[in-house]
Write a protein that binds this ligand. Structure first.
Ligand code: ADE
Length: 224
């Protein structure tokens, strides 16, 4: 998979891909992440990328021309499955969306800043708009990192067996059951007996029942 990220602050997104699982995914060639500084497509001698909104109002608007030039240049090099704009008014990111996007080959993420982008960019290029939650960030960069992380960890070969994404919370519309490690008794706080029993069937039944119980308690809205 290849992800091209367009932003005025690409340096904000470098470190998540330079550590741990995402770093390994990139090193193994399972994911390619390319950052593009939008100012490289700026216009005029002032290297402009934003301007005041028509009709007035507070905040600057990212101009169509630099974004169009940048996206068009990328599109001329390869076919993209989705061109995603990270925005608080987009569809809220879910595990299902991450699963679907993890099957794609080439993606563009466009990070907004200031008040957002000229509406015509959405009409011209954007195929999907994603929000990472009902709150407003200073820009789309951190949201782009969250989206990339949720997708890349699902690519075959990125996680090892123990980290398998199949047992994640949300994968079966269930939250994950509680987990424990040694010691089995810490100051009287005991690990449930069934987990020490060695009986795989009983363990799996307990884990499923706990997953249902916890989902009902914390997130009844996601239960089928
Ligand atoms: N940009 C600003 N806030 C955002 C959010 N919640 N999700 C995605 N992009 C954003």
């Amino acid at each position: 998979m290849r992800i091209d990220v367009i932003s005025v602050l690409p340096e904000l997104m470098e470190s998540p891909f330079q550590a741990s699982i995402l770093k390994r995914a990139v090193e193994k060639g399972l994911a390619e992440v390319h950052f593009h500084q939008l100012r490289n497509w700026s216009i005029g001698k002032h290297r402009q990328i934003d301007d005041e909104p028509y009709g007035g109002g507070a905040g600057m608007v990212m101009m169509i021309e630099p974004i169009d030039k940048c996206i068009s240049e990328l599109k001329a090099q390869r076919e993209y499955d989705e061109i995603i704009y990270l925005t608080p008014d987009g569809e809220t990111l879910t595990q299902k969306i991450a699963n679907t996007l993890s099957l794609k080959k080439n993606l563009i993420f466009l990070c907004g800043h200031y008040k957002g982008i000229d509406q015509r960019v959405r009409e011209l290029h954007i195929t999907k708009e994603i929000s990472i939650g009902d709150y407003v960030l200073t820009g789309g960069e951190l949201a782009a990192c969250v989206l990339a992380d949720s997708i890349i960890r699902l690519l075959p070969g990125v996680l090892n067996d123990e980290q398998s994404a199949l047992t994640d919370s949300f994968q079966d519309n269930l939250l994950a059951p509680p987990i424990y490690t040694r010691p089995s008794d810490y100051k009287g706080l005991k690990v449930p007996d069934v987990l020490l029993s060695g009986n795989l069937k009983n363990i799996e039944d307990w884990q499923y029942d706990e997953a249902v119980r916890i989902t009902l308690e914390k997130r009844p809205d996601i239960l089928n």
